[in-house]
Write a protein of this length. Structure first.
Length: 221
């Protein structure tokens, strides 16, 4: 199930709320790459990419792209004042040393206990696993931003992942176009709904049970 640009930006905007001044943040490809566009001017962070950038800024305007400046997914980015370049070995060293405060990733499936499956669909060719396995283990907070269901209408939030795992019990927060879930050892807690969706609709599209926060925030469309 696809989604429009407005909804993708709404999800990215919600993910941006988790970012605080002074953090080092790694962004996956797709919706996570939109997050820098939704930070306030007062929020000062360093966006990190596995290909060797620390200090990525918002996406460049059309026609102002630099063909030599891209993120780990190959998409054009900008560099903020104070940003820097390094090789991939140093970039991964930052991840492995626990220097990344938050990673925001896409996913194919997430289980009710935070297992992450986002690197391969069996039988399909992929260029490689990328940095997700390292980030999922070493980032201080792991946020998943993804469609609630796949292109066949099947839930991507499930009781048990059926796809190969990237990492087990690593996801802290799930943001979809329908709702926001916190993940803990006890399972999922729904804390927010995107208008105009309600609890019954979200439950019908979710492949596992979840608890509901006493005070649910509704995010307007």
């Amino acid at each position: 199930m696809g989604m429009g640009v407005d909804m993708r930006n709404q999800m990215a905007k919600r993910a941006a709320e988790e970012i605080l001044t002074g953090m080092v943040v790694n962004l996956g490809i797709g919706i996570p790459s939109l997050v820098p566009n939704h930070l306030s001017e007062e929020t000062r962070v360093m966006f990190h990419a596995e290909n060797g950038i620390t200090g990525m800024g918002p996406s460049p305007l059309k026609g102002e792209e630099d063909e030599n400046l891209c993120n780990a997914g190959g998409f054009p980015v900008t560099l903020i004042k104070g940003g820097s370049y390094c090789d991939s070995a140093v970039a991964f060293g930052m991840i492995r040393r626990g220097r990344v405060d938050i990673t925001i990733l896409g996913s194919l499936q997430v289980s009710q206990y935070g297992d992450l499956a986002n690197w391969i669909v069996p039988g399909k060719k992929v260029p490689g696993m990328g940095g997700a396995m390292e980030l999922a283990h070493k980032a201080k907070k792991v946020i998943v931003v993804m469609n609630h269901c796949d292109k066949h209408g099947l839930p991507k939030i499930v009781k048990t992942c059926t796809l190969p795992l990237t990492s087990s019990r690593c996801v802290d927060l799930i943001i979809t176009e329908l709702a926001v879930f916190k993940v803990s050892k006890e399972g999922l807690l729904l804390t927010e709904l995107f208008a105009p969706y309600d609890l019954d609709f979200v439950a019908s599209k979710t492949g596992c049970e979840f608890n509901v926060c006493e005070s649910i925030r509704t995010i307007p469309y």
